[in-house]
Design a protein around this ligand. Structure first.
Ligand code: G3I
Length: 345
């Protein structure tokens, strides 16, 4: 099969994948072949987060990020940096900063050092990740606590100063949902009004079979594009498993690890659910194609079902089926449905 996602969508937008350490090192040659064949954009799934890249004050570890960038360059891929300012997977010493002067200095050092190091080589950055609550207000974090909302403006200004040509993104999940979207739009307007450079918004797209609706996704593409932003879908996957909070009357403290009810398809995905997943992917990509002039990149959060984070979240040790390739690296029907949209054009 000579046809690939990246070639089929070449004129529309980049098709990306997230890579973790083993994949960057090319440990599995079959997987490596698949990555090169199907994708023309890469994001580091974990290694560029502060706990790995800046584990101790004044000490940076570029071992894996150097390999990641070299991998992308070697294979002429679009390289996306994830992520500069995030409250999670935060280096413990950063989490403990209490003083605004110290936090300002940390932000300047962290953003300037990392972005300058890869100036002209990393094409775009998630400058700030997940700064919003579900109701659109700003999330409490060590950054907000020490600097107030000025930290958002500072982050974008510092990144732009370090690499004026890189595209700078704000990235979040559920920011297609109306309340969070509105908060996101207001936040971006404030950043721009204060002189911050922001080129795009990342909609993570950790989605489900039945939500969000295609209408809500479309409204979001239009609303963000109306601000003059590029829209990227940055972490696409579709869970087919139930979550504990969906259970009526569930005890939130119950340990669901090993529960058959929460892991209904340990061996294989039933045909009926496979069909739903296939249709879901087709309708999502149909919408993406309709708005291809507004969309810069669609990146999947992982290469194949076997290594998706969704096998371990929100419950450890499940078998999920969220991507276009199965755990044996075979293309699923959902893959064919995404390619088919281009064949009929
Ligand atoms: O590095 C340790 C390893 O030493 C240890 O043996 C192993 C045992 O569990 O854990 C390893 O750390 C894991 C880390 O990924 C690196 O593989 C953590 O447990 C695990 O929690 C962590 O999960 C990552 C998660 O972010 C953390 O929040 C996922 O792989 C990653 O896919 C996920 O990605 C995030 C995006 O960055 C932001 N948007 C949401 C998305 C999904 O949560």
């Amino acid at each position: 099969n000579a046809i690939s996602l990246k070639d089929s969508y070449k004129k529309d937008f980049y098709i990306g994948t997230a890579l973790d350490t083993n994949q960057i090192a090319g440990k599995n040659s079959k997987e490596d072949f698949l990555i090169k064949k199907e994708f023309n954009a890469i994001t580091a799934e974990n290694i560029m987060k502060s706990m790995y890249m800046h584990p101790v004050k004044g000490k940076y570890d570029f071992t894996f990020s150097d390999k990641f960038v070299a991998y992308g360059e070697k294979h002429k891929m679009f390289i996306h940096g994830h992520t500069l300012i995030w409250h999670s997977q935060l280096a413990p010493w950063i989490a403990e900063i209490k003083d605004s002067t110290e936090m300002k200095a940390l932000m300047k050092d962290h953003i300037t050092t990392i972005v300058s190091k890869y100036k002209g080589r990393i094409n775009s950055w998630d400058v700030v990740n997940e700064a919003l609550n579900e109701d659109g207000t700003l999330r409490k974090s060590v950054f907000l606590n020490t600097l107030g909302e000025q930290y958002l403006i500072d982050a974008f200004k510092l990144a732009a100063a370090a690499d004026p040509k890189a595209d700078l993104y704000y990235n979040d999940y559920n920011n297609e949902e109306p309340a969070k979207r509105e908060g996101n739009i207001n936040m971006i307007k404030k950043i721009k009004a204060a002189g911050g450079k922001i080129d795009g918004v990342g909609i993570q797209a950790h989605w489900r079979l039945d939500s969000p609706s295609i209408e809500v996704i479309e409204e979001s593409i239009l609303a963000y594009a109306a601000l003059g932003l590029k829209v990227a879908f940055t972490e696409l996957d579709i869970t087919v498993l139930p979550n504990p909070w969906d259970l009526k009357g569930a005890d939130v403290n119950q340990n669901f690890e090993g529960s058959a009810q929460m892991n209904p398809y340990p061996e294989q995905l039933p045909e009926s659910v496979q069909v739903k997943l296939t249709e879901r992917y087709a309708s999502i990509f149909k919408l993406f194609l309709k708005h291809k002039d507004k969309i810069s990149r669609v990146t999947f959060w992982g290469v194949h079902d076997g290594q998706s984070w969704l096998n371990n979240w929100p419950i450890k040790g499940r078998t999920n089926y969220p991507l276009l390739f199965d755990k044996d690296l075979k293309p699923k029907k959902a893959y064919q449905s995404v390619l088919k949209l281009k064949e009929t054009k």
